[in-house]
Design a protein around this ligand. Structure first.
Ligand code: ADP
Ligand code: MG
Length: 282
């Protein structure tokens, strides 16, 4: 679905007069592959290059060096720009900056309308997309009256109405309360599992990454760790050295293990910890 080969991205810094004064290397030699249908999480502290990477998947940025292919489309080819953007839809942090319609269903219809989809087909897609994120009952409402989590799900519906193969979400839950966060993540998981849409989720919340098929951890523009959630979260000290948390229950299990209990690394859920503790007592 996605192939990134030796990607480098330099931003040009400018002085007060707007003259170039230097460069910042935001992506430094990143190579990775994402298979169709995978649910990927990207973790990393602020400034590690996650958003820059996301923008390359949508051809919002062009490689300084290296290359990115989205479903085989080379993002360096400007003639493919709209094909790339239609293949990999983007959802950003702040839903208020992404909603333009006065009515939910109208907002969701904008993307397909701009693509020239016939009217009848647009309505079909709007209905399907809103149902997929459990927002169909709100179709006649004004987006202003929705909660943050509901707005973000409308944004996701707007993206899936364009029938992308892949959705890239850049901290979509950062501005939401816990219940809004859970709803958005559930919607993303449903799309992945029921519709086979490839999901790339950038997040600060470790709990949201537990269900991913694969995690990439970024630091200083590089992918420094990767693996299944269990593999990555087993490496508690390394994650902490990168100023990242691991899920709370993983950390608790790690501490219990350090204190001498025979608990394996990489515990991801309360149920797993309970089971491990039960075995300790036997
Ligand atoms: P993250 O999303 O992980 O917080 P970003 O991709 O936003 O990281 O930023 C990576 C690096 O690139 C940071 O050092 C940041 O300051 C720099 N950067 C991001 N956007 C720009 C820009 N438009 N101009 C110059 N530097 C930028
Ligand atoms: Mg960012």
């Amino acid at each position: 679905m996605i192939k990134i080969s030796k990607l480098v991205h330099d931003y040009i810094q400018r002085d007060e007069e707007g003259n170039p004064s230097g460069t910042v290397r935001a992506i430094d030699d990143v190579s990775l592959d994402v298979k169709p249908g995978q649910f990927i999480a990207i973790l990393g502290h602020n400034g590690s290059g996650k958003s820059t990477l996301a923008k390359h998947l949508n051809a919002l940025l062009f490689p300084t060096e290296g290359a990115v292919w989205v479903n085989g489309l080379d993002t360096r080819d400007r003639d493919l720009l709209w094909d790339v953007r239609q293949t990999a839809g983007m959802v950003f942090q702040n839903p208020d900056n992404q909603i333009i319609g006065q009515v939910v269903e109208e907002d969701v219809g904008f993307g397909p309308e701009n693509m020239g989809v016939p009217t009848e087909e647009i309505w079909k897609r709007v209905e399907e997309s809103l149902k997929a994120v459990s927002m169909y009952d709100y179709r006649k409402k004004s987006p202003n009256r929705l909660s943050g989590g509901q707005k973000q799900r409308v944004c996701i519906a707007g993206v899936i109405a364009m029938h992308p193969r892949c959705i890239v979400m850049d901290e979509p839950t950062a501005m939401l309360d816990p219940s809004g966060r859970a709803d958005v993540i559930r919607a993303a998981l449903d799309l992945n599992r029921n519709e086979g849409i490839t999901v790339i989720l950038i997040t600060h919340y470790m709990e949201e990454a537990i269900q991913a098929d694969h995690i990439f951890v970024m630091d200083k523009g590089k992918v420094t760790m990767q693996g299944s959630p269990r593999e990555v979260f087993s490496r508690v000290e390394e994650m902490q050295a990168l100023h990242l948390d691991v899920p709370q229950v993983t950390l608790l299990a790690h501490r219990l293990r350090q204190s001498g209990l025979a608990i394996p690394e990489g515990i991801l859920t309360k149920e797993e910890l309970a089971e491990a503790l039960r075995r300790c007592r036997q």
